[in-house]
Design a protein around this ligand. Sequence first.
Ligand SMILES: Nc1nc2c(ncn2[C@@H]2O[C@H](COP(=O)(O)OP(=O)(O)OP(=O)(O)O)[C@@H](O)[C@H]2O)c(=O)[nH]1
Length: 410
Amino acid sequence: MFETIKKLWLPGTAGNPHGVCRRIALCNQLGLFGTVATVPYQLFYYLYDFAAYRGVFFANLMFMAVYLSVLPLNHKKWYNTASTVLLVNGCCHLFIVTCFIGTDAGVNLFYFSLAAILAFLYKRPGIPVYTAIMASLGVLYLITRFLFTSDAVITPLPSPWIDVMYGFSVGGALTLSGIVLYIFRQQIDHAEGELTRSNRYLKTLSNTDPLTGLANRRMLDAALEREWSRRSLPLSLIMFDVDHFKHFNDRYGHAEGDCCLQQVAAAAQGVITRSSDLLVRYGGEEFAIVLPGTDASDARQLARRLCTTIEGLKLSHEALGKGACVTISVGVSSIRYMTPDIHGRDGTHLLKCADEAMYQAKLKGRNQVVYLACYPRQREDSEHVVPAPLPAPDPAQDRSMLRNDGSKDL
Ligand SMILES: Nc1nc2c(ncn2[C@@H]2O[C@H](COP(=O)(O)OP(=O)(O)OP(=O)(O)O)[C@@H](O)[C@H]2O)c(=O)[nH]1
């Protein structure tokens, strides 16, 4: 039922942004309200003494038609014209009706409220414009109030109908104000809801890597900063990088490369068991895992599991030779306890250490874990954990690898 009624104020709204739609809908709603609210007056004039009130009856009919005309005007996308027609019509209606029946029936009060609300139809009226409109309406109200007293009007209303009509006019003005306030409240709630939803969506977008769905580097930086400032030690960081990924792309194409990164990310996520651990795509084919409250030994264990899990995926990487598959090189670094040299530093130092460890893992032949303590006093032996000799690449590819891969491969 409400959905059917709603269709009445939809003309002109299609294809417009939400804010514009709301203004057009309000314009249509006020046009409809102005028409509907005039109907009881019309019934009274018609049933009580049509001959006496014929003048005001036909004047009202004309104003009702003009109120309704905003629907086709908005439908034709003449939005400003529709708003102006409504405002001018409201003011003229106020003036003409009080000219006929006087102000004692309070009709001017009703149309004054309507006209005051109509001022909001204009796109963000500045304070001077809004003040000018309200001042003009106030002057109009005062003129009608003092000009059209009961002895100076064309067709005065008899008692007690004048009191009934006054009550009806005041009730109508209050109802109209209530409805408009309700509509505004709804619109504000709706806009706030939309804003909250889009903020949440934008926040997710800005923190997520679109390819893998993992957190991105921004989240890594925030997590490192957070854990560092909480001093939640021990704190470990794992960094890993897909080996010879350039050759993978060259061999299988970029789309397959993307797919490979997605599988690596999903497998790495499966290795993590604690909800406090954060896996991020650091960039390109490089990933990182922040491990709060994890010491070096546990972090190394996890890194080893990671290495064997990715190798266990058996993702073909035949650019490296027949039967070769995708592997990763892993760098691990940890801080065990606070030492004077930690004070004044931040989490990026841990990142540099893990990166350095990963670089060493590459130098040592890839597909292995290298550990580096973050601070000299806490240094533990580097380790070479997962020796996994790659199948011998065929000579032709080997030559091209050397040419493409440069000094890192040596
Ligand atoms: N398919 C795909 N490739 C990417 C993406 N991001 C980075 N890459 C590619 O990853 C490759 C990284 O190459 P390099 O930095 O030379 O490293 P690598 O070939 O893995 O060699 P090592 O790291 O030394 O083992 C580049 O060819 C990038 O184009 C991505 O989102 N999708």
